[in-house]
Design a binder for this molecule. Structure first.
Ligand code: IPE
Ligand code: IPE
Ligand code: MG
Length: 265
C-alpha cells in the first residue's frame, strides 16, 4: 500500500511505473474522452487531420497497454452528437479516418478476441461507415473477455431520451408497469446495457468537462483530467492515470473505510 503514496516523477521509467501498479486494483472499465487532436496538430503547424491520425496511433498504444494491464472494458468517445456541427470538410475526413481505422483493426479485433461495440446514433453515419461499423460489431459480438465500446455520433442526453421513449412504449403496450421502473431496469434500456459503469474516466487536453458523455453511467466514476493532448497520451500517461485512481478511496457515499474501523468515542 505504501508504495502507492509515492507520486511518480516525470523521469520514472516504464518498468518502475508498472511495478508501482497494484494488479489487484486495475479498473475493470475505463472510459476516455480523447480530446486535443486539433490543438496537437495546430501547435505543429499541421492540418487538424494529422492530429486525428496521430490520435489513432495513441489509441492503439493505450489499448495495447490496457490489454497488458488486464483492463477488460474500454469505452472511447470518438465522435459526439455535437461534433456534427464541425466544418463539413473535417467531418468528412474524420469519417474517412474511421473507415480506414476499422478496416485496419478488424483483423486485430478478431485475433485478440476483442468485442467491438458501437454506441450512438449510428444511423446518422455515412452509409459506408455504418455498414462497416455494423459488420465489425457483428463479427466480434461473441467475444466476452474484452470489449472496446466506441461512442460514435453519441450524446448522453440523447441516449437517456431514447431509453425513456422505449420505456414509455413498453408501458403503453402493457409489457411494463411504471412501478417496475427502477435503476437496474432503466440501465437495461441504455445503449451500454450489459456493461458495468466505468471505474475511471480520463479526459485529455486540459478541458474539465464531460461534453455529454455517458451522463447516467458516470454517477460514481472517478474522474481524471490531464493537460496532455490526446496524441501525446501514451503508455506511461495511462499508467499514471491508473496509479492516481489507485490512490483514491471510492466511498460511494459511505464514511471512509479507515474511519468506519475506528471505535466510537
Ligand atoms: C478530439 O480532438 C477528437 C474529436 C472530437 C473527433 P479535437 O478535434 O476536439 O481536438 P481539439 O479539442 O480541437 O484540440
Ligand atoms: C468531446 O470533445 C468529444 C470527443 C472527444 C469525441 P470535443 O472537443 O468535441 O468537446 P468540447 O467541444 O470541447 O466540449
Ligand atoms: Mg476538442
Amino acid at each position: 500500500m505504501s508504495n502507492l503514496q509515492v507520486v511518480p516523477s516525470d523521469h520514472v521509467t516504464d518498468s518502475e511505473l508498472f511495478r508501482q501498479l497494484d494488479p489487484q486494483r486495475i479498473p475493470v472499465h475505463i472510459a476516455m474522452i480523447m480530446d486535443g487532436n486539433g490543438r496537437w496538430a495546430e501547435l505543429r503547424g499541421l492540418p487538424r487531420i494529422s492530429g486525428h491520425r496521430e490520435g489513432l496511433s495513441a489509441l492503439r498504444e493505450v489499448l495495447d497497454t490496457c490489454h497488458q494491464l488486464g483492463v477488460r472494458i474500454v469505452t472511447i468517445y470518438a465522435f459526439s452528437s455535437e461534433n456534427w456541427n464541425r466544418p463539413p470538410h473535417e467531418i468528412e475526413l474524420l469519417m474517412n479516418l474511421l473507415e480506414e481505422y476499422l478496416q485496419r483493426e478488424r483483423s486485430h479485433f478478431l485475433e485478440h478476441r476483442i468485442r467491438f461495440f458501437p454506441i450512438g446514433q449510428l444511423e446518422k453515419l455515412p452509409a459506408s461507415v455504418s455498414t462497416l461499423v455494423h459488420e465489425v460489431a457483428e463479427e466480434t459480438r461473441h467475444f466476452t473477455e474484452r470489449t472496446l465500446t466506441v461512442a460514435l455520433s453519441y450524446g448522453g442526453r440523447a441516449e437517456i431520451l431514447d431509453a425513456i421513449q422505449r420505456l414509455a412504449y413498453d408501458v403503453e403496450s402493457g409489457t411494463l408497469r411504471p412501478s417496475q421502473i427502477d435503476e437496474s431496469l432503466f440501465t437495461r434500456y441504455l445503449a451500454t446495457d450489459g456493461l458495468p459503469d466505468p471505474d475511471l474516466l480520463i479526459r485529455t487536453s486540459g478541458e474539465t468537462r464531460i461534453s455529454n458523455f455517458l451522463l447516467w453511467q458516470i454517477a460514481y466514476t472517478e474522474l481524471y483530467f490531464t493537460k496532455t493532448l490526446w496524441p501525446d497520451f501514451r503508455r506511461q500517461e495511462l499508467m499514471r492515470a491508473i496509479l492516481d485512481y489507485q490512490r483514491r478511496e471510492r466511498r460511494f457515499g459511505r464514511v471512509s473505510h479507515s474511519l468506519s474501523r475506528q471505535s466510537p468515542s
